[in-house]
Structures are given as C-alpha cells and as structure tokens.
Design a protein around this ligand. Structure first.
Ligand code: ADP
Ligand code: 5GP
Length: 203
C-alpha cells in the first residue's frame, strides 16, 4: 500500500516543530520531508536534518530544474519541497509529513496528481503565539514582528484545511495529530486508494 502525504501549516511560533518532534518519537512509518531553504540555520539546527540550507543561486537552479513540488517566499526567504523526497517514501508505504506554509499548501492543492490531507495547527490565541515566539528567542525583533504579522494573515486560511488542531496543551495536540494519521491509515486499509484489501490478509 502506498504511503499518504500530510501537509501541515501553522503560523510561526505555534509549536509545529515541537509537536512534530514528539510525534516522530512516538510513531513509526511516518517521516518528515526535509525542505530546502535559503534562510540561515538557527543555532540548534542541522543541515540535512531540519532543512537543506542552500544559497539563493542553488535554490534558483533547483527551481529551473523542476526539482520542487512547490516553493514559496516566506518571511523574506525561499523554502521548497523536493518532489523526489516525497515519491521515494510514499512508494514504499511510508507516510510523509510536509511542513509548509499556506502558499505552498495552496500550490499542492491545485496539483491534482498529489493526494494529501491538509492539517492546520493554530495557537490558542494570538497573545500565546507572540509569547511563544518571543520565548523561543530565535529571531531579532524585526523578523519576529514580520512572523507575527504573517501569522495573523495565515490564520485566515484555516478553512482551506481538512483538519484543525489547536496547540494549547502540547500532549493533547500530539494525540490529535497522531489520531488523524491513524484514521487515514484505517481509511486506506479499506481500499479507498483503489486497492481493496483481501480479508484473509487481515487475519
Ligand atoms: P513553530 O515550529 O510552529 O514555529 P516551535 O515548535 O519552535 O514553533 O515552538 C515555539 C515555542 O513555543 C518553543 O519555545 C516551544 O517550546 C513553545 N511551545 C510549543 N508548544 C507549546 C505549548 N503547547 N505550550 C507552550 N509552549 C509551547
Ligand atoms: P521557519 O523559518 O520558522 O523554519 O519556517 C517558516 C515557514 O516556512 C513555516 O511556515 C514553514 O511551514 C514554512 N516552510 C518550511 N518549509 C517549507 C517548504 O518546503 N515550502 C513552503 N512553501 N513553506 C515551507
């Protein structure tokens, strides 16, 4: 059975990276698609693990070569998802999580050949978002204000998503996200992807 793609968006500072870290530690058969970006790495980020950190020239070359399923400029930097990374995993039955912004999600929705579930993670309030973003101490004031302003705009896209997870209590948000993935697996077991399961295989 093929793996499934989960597209996840959230305003910066919501806690998406934290939730996904917990989820990956608790679940098997699901992997994170490592995006390419032109932004500078944060002190705790590793090249090839959190992102593939590339120059603007390298990124443009990848666009020209058609390497990206989608790419977008977010908070002043380029980010893109490589097509081959997704195909390689879903073809061997691994579910793939794409952590992308609302513009990238719009592009993928219009790519009819990609079947995916769209999940929006929201903070419990804008005040909580600001306090988390400040608490992370990863941005200078200008970048933080840009992320907050973008976050407000991104919240307007929530109705475009299949699922909404509110990250109030971290553990509950992780359970909610895991439940969505398990539900999709149960759905696929019934053969909704066009490959009906023969009952004997289940016993
Ligand atoms: P994102 O990836 O969405 O930008 P992060 O995962 O980096 O956000 O989280 C932003 C900050 O909020 C981090 O300091 C993280 O520890 C904190 N955080 C994440 N989830 C919660 C939560 N449920 N309650 C309080 N703080 C949280
Ligand atoms: P950050 O700089 O905080 O890691 O990410 C900033 C934003 O870029 C987040 O909204 C994140 O979801 C988005 N992002 C990360 N990778 C990609 C990608 O490959 N494509 C798109 N469109 N957005 C991405």
């Amino acid at each position: 059975m093929k793996g499934h793609v989960f597209v996840i968006s959230a305003p910066s500072g919501t806690g998406k990276t934290t939730i996904l870290g917990e989820l990956m530690a608790q679940m098997s058969g699901v992997e994170f698609s490592v995006s390419h970006t032109t932004r500078q790495p944060r002190h705790n980020e590793k090249n090839g693990v959190d992102y593939h950190f590339v120059s603007v020239d390298q990124f443009r070359l990848m666009i020209d070569q058609g390497d990206f399923a989608e790419w977008a400029e977010v908070h002043g930097n380029y980010y893109g998802t490589s097509l081959s990374q997704i195909d390689k995993r879903i073809s061997v039955g691994i579910d793939v999580i794409l952590d992308i912004d609302v513009q990238g999600a719009e592009i993928l929705r219009s790519a009819e050949e990609l079947s995916a579930s769209y999940i929006f993670i929201a903070p419990p309030s804008l005040a909580a978002l600001e306090s988390r973003l400040r608490g992370r101490k990863s941005e200078d004031e200008a970048s933080m204000l840009k992320r907050l302003a973008n976050g407000r705009k991104e919240m307007a896209f929530v109705n475009r998503y299949d699922y909404l997870v509110i990250n109030d209590t971290l553990s509950q948000a992780v359970v909610m996200l895991k439940s969505i993935i398990y539900a999709q697996r149960a759905h696929a077991n019934r053969g909704f992807d066009g490959t009906p399961i023969i009952l004997e295989e289940l016993t």
